[in-house]
Ligand binder design. Structure first.
Ligand SMILES: *[C@@H]1O[C@H](CO)[C@@H](O)[C@H](O)[C@H]1NC(C)=O
Ligand SMILES: *[C@@H]1O[C@H](CO)[C@@H](O)[C@H](O)[C@H]1NC(C)=O
Ligand SMILES: *[C@@H]1O[C@H](CO)[C@@H](O)[C@H](O)[C@H]1NC(C)=O
Ligand SMILES: *[C@@H]1O[C@H](CO)[C@@H](O)[C@H](O)[C@H]1NC(C)=O
Length: 399
C-alpha cells in the first residue's frame, strides 16, 4: 500500500515534469512554431477553404476623390505619388503609337529592376541576355530592354552616382529613372513605374517581363515559349506566368526583411503571386494591372505581393511554369539549359552562363531518343534528389 502510493506520486511527478517541460519548449519555440507551422496552417486554410479576397475591393480601394486625377494625387502621367521622371526614353518602343506615329511591333518589353549602383550587373545583362540586337539578329524577335531605377538613398553619394548614371544613359539610352529613393520599401513604386511606363509608351508590346538585375534569362527559350503562346491566340491572353507562391502567410516577425505589420495587412494569407525575381504578363494583363494601380492603395511595400493584390482585384490568376525559378539558382548542366527560362542569384557569372547555355551544341544536342532518356535521368538526379539545391521542382525533370 505504502509502495503503491509512492509509485503513484512518482508517476504524477513525472507527468507534471514532462508537461512542464513540454510547455517550456512550446513557449520558448512558439515564435518559430507560429512562423513555420501555425501561420502556414492558417494561411492554407484561408487560401484553400475560404478563398475570399473581397477585402481588396473594400479595404484597399482608394476613395473616388483620391482617384480623381483633377485633384492632383496622380500626375499627368497617372504616376502614383507624383514621382517625376529623371531619365526617360519615350521613343524606346517606337513612339508608343500616339499621334499617328508608327508603332514598332514589340514582342517583349523587358523591365529590369535595378539599383543605381549596380552598373556592373546592368552591363553584364546588356552584353548577354538583354542584348536587343543579338535577340533580333539571332532569334528574329523584337525585344526592348529598359532598367527601372530610383535615386541613390545615400545623400552623400547621390550626385556622384547620378552623374555616372547620366553617362551610362548617354551611352546606352536604356535607363528609366523616377525621383524616389531606391530602397527595399519603395519597390512597389518601382513596380508602378513599370506598369505606368509600359501603358504610356509601349502599349503595343505583346508581353511584359519584370526581372531582377541578378537573374539570368535564357532568352532563346523564352522567345520560343512566347511564340508558342502567340501561335495559339487563346493562351497569349490573360497570362501571368512565373514561379507561383500560393497561400503565403504574411511574415509577422519584426526582424524579418519581409515583415508586414497587422495594420497594413490583417488577413492570414496573401493572394497568389509570382516570385518577383522574374515573371511575364501578356499585354492585356499589363493593362489590367495598370488599371488596378489606379484603384488600389499601394501601401503594401512588398512589390510581388502588391502585384498579387492588383491581379486578384482584376480577376487574374498566376500560372506556374516549372522553369521559372524563385530564389533558386539553376544547376549547371546542358540538360537543364535546353529547358530553363529564368534562374536567380547571378551577380557575377552571367557571362559564363550565357556562353554555356546558348552554345549551339547545347540546342543541337537536344533531339533523339537516347539523348532524351539520358537528359531525363540527369534532371531527375539534379532536381529530385533531396540533397541537391532546390531551383526547379522535381516535376521539371519530366518535361
Ligand atoms: C473587385 O472589383 C472588380 C471590378 O469592379 C471585379 O472584377 C473583381 O472581381 C472584384 N474583386 C473581388 C475580389 O471582389
Ligand atoms: C549585342 O549583340 C550584337 C550582335 O550579336 C553584337 O554585335 C554586340 O556587340 C552586342 N552588344 C553588346 C553590348 O555586347
Ligand atoms: C520612398 O521614396 C520617397 C521619395 O523619395 C521617400 O520620401 C520615402 O522615404 C521612400 N520610402 C522608403 C521606405 O524608403
Ligand atoms: C493607404 O493605407 C495606409 C495604411 O493602411 C493609410 O495610412 C493610407 O492613408 C492609405 N492611403 C490612401 C491614399 O488611401
Amino acid at each position: 500500500m505504502f509502495i503503491n502510493f509512492r509509485r503513484i506520486r512518482k508517476c504524477q511527478c513525472m507527468q507534471l515534469l514532462t508537461t512542464g517541460l513540454l510547455l517550456c519548449v512550446v513557449m520558448v519555440c512558439w515564435e518559430e512554431l507560429d512562423h513555420h507551422v501555425v501561420s502556414h496552417m492558417r494561411s492554407y486554410t484561408y487560401r484553400y477553404l475560404v478563398d475570399n479576397y473581397d477585402f481588396l475591393n473594400s479595404s484597399y480601394a482608394l476613395s473616388s476623390s483620391r482617384r480623381n486625377r483633377k485633384e492632383g494625387y496622380y500626375d499627368a502621367d497617372g504616376g502614383l505619388g507624383n514621382y517625376p521622371y529623371l531619365m526617360n526614353h519615350p521613343g524606346k518602343c517606337g513612339g508608343g503609337g500616339r499621334d499617328g506615329q508608327s508603332r514598332d511591333d514589340v514582342l517583349l518589353l523587358l523591365f529590369v529592376k535595378s539599383s543605381p549602383e549596380n552598373f556592373e550587373r546592368r552591363q553584364a545583362i546588356r552584353e548577354t541576355w538583354g542584348n536587343e540586337s543579338f535577340v533580333w539578329s539571332e532569334l528574329g524577335a523584337s525585344v526592348r530592354l529598359v532598367f527601372a531605377l530610383g535615386v541613390h538613398p545615400n545623400v552623400g553619394w547621390r550626385s556622384r552616382v547620378q552623374s555616372a548614371l547620366l553617362q551610362e544613359d548617354q551611352a546606352y539610352g536604356d535607363l528609366i529613372q523616377q525621383n524616389f529613393l531606391d530602397t527595399f520599401h519603395n519597390l512597389t513604386s518601382k513596380l508602378i513605374l513599370q506598369f505606368h511606363w509600359g501603358h504610356k509608351y509601349c502599349r503595343q508590346a505583346r508581353f511584359l517581363m519584370s526581372a531582377d538585375d541578378d537573374i539570368f534569362v535564357h532568352m532563346p527559350n523564352l522567345v520560343e515559349y512566347l511564340r508558342q503562346l502567340l501561335s495559339s491566340q487563346s493562351v497569349a491572353k490573360d497570362l501571368w506566368v512565373g514561379h507561383v507562391h500560393r497561400g503565403a502567410p504574411p511574415v509577422r516577425r519584426k526582424e524579418s526583411k519581409y515583415h508586414v505589420p497587422h495594420d497594413l495587412y490583417p488577413w492570414p494569407a496573401y493572394p497568389d503571386y509570382t516570385a518577383g525575381a522574374g515573371y511575364v504578363v501578356s499585354g492585356d494583363v499589363a493593362a489590367k494591372i495598370y488599371q488596378a494601380t489606379l484603384l488600389l492603395n499601394s501601401s503594401m511595400y512588398i512589390d510581388d505581393v502588391f502585384m498579387g493584390m492588383c491581379a486578384k482585384a482584376m480577376g487574374v490568376s498566376p500560372q506556374e511554369h516549372v522553369y521559372f525559378s524563385g530564389e533558386g539558382k539553376t544547376p549547371y548542366h546542358p540538360c537543364i539549359y535546353n529547358h530553363m527560362i529564368t534562374s536567380h542569384g547571378h551577380a557575377t557569372d552571367v557571362r559564363s552562363l550565357w556562353q554555356a547555355a546558348t552554345d549551339p551544341t547545347v540546342s543541337g544536342n537536344s533531339g533523339g531518343f537516347i539523348n532524351n532518356i539520358y537528359c531525363t535521368a540527369v534532371r531527375v538526379a539534379l532536381l529530385c534528389l533531396p540533397y541537391y539545391q532546390n531551383t526547379y521542382s522535381c516535376m521539371a525533370a519530366f518535361t
